[in-house]
Write a protein that binds this ligand. Structure first.
Ligand code: FEO
Length: 168
């Protein structure tokens, strides 16, 4: 059985991962409507991953006998000034995700829930990848600046990102 406080914080995190998925889908829509299908593809794949992250928490909570209590998801931002602004916002968002995961680790350790800690370690490692992945796109966009041809080349590259199936 899972501690009530941990269950509450895991439910809050399910909501946050779902909000992340919503945010990236909003970014995908912005990119698509600005003639950038590759950036949109990257964001769509990212939105799918966030949904899978939410499901990992959902499944863990249920397996531990906790109640899943889904909550409302806030409307995401919808407008950005440039592709770089989109990806910088995503980078800031991922840093916040990492911070939240770290706080969750602190909380489960404070009640000596080793199973929850082991579960969260997957996310600790995943966040290293997530931050590196979005940071890589930000760096490329800074390199090409506002030069249209460079942006289109990055766009073509991001078209290659494929769907990821995360371990359950
Ligand atoms: Fe679920 Fe991008 O962190």
């Amino acid at each position: 059985m899972i501690d009530d406080r941990i269950a509450q914080e895991f439910n809050d995190h399910i909501r946050f991962e779902m909000a992340s998925s919503h945010l990236y889908l909003s970014m995908a829509a912005w990119c698509e409507s600005h003639g950038l299908p590759g950036f949109s593809n990257w964001m769509r794949r990212q939105a799918e991953e966030e949904h899978q992250h939410a499901l990992k928490f959902f499944n863990f909570l249920l397996t531990r006998g906790g109640r899943v209590r889904l909550a409302d998801i806030p409307a995401p931002d919808q407008d950005w000034d440039s592709p770089l602004a989109v990806f910088e916002a995503a980078q800031i968002h991922e840093a916040e995700v990492s911070q939240r995961i770290n706080t969750l680790v602190d909380t489960v350790m404070s009640v000596r829930d080793h199973a929850a800690n082991a579960f969260l370690q997957w996310f600790v490692n995943e966040q290293v990848e997530e931050e590196a992945s979005v940071g890589d796109v930000v760096n490329r966009l800074r390199l090409v600046g506002s030069e249209g041809r460079g942006i289109l080349l990055v766009d073509q590259e991001l078209q290659q990102r494929e769907a990821t199936r995360l371990p359950a």
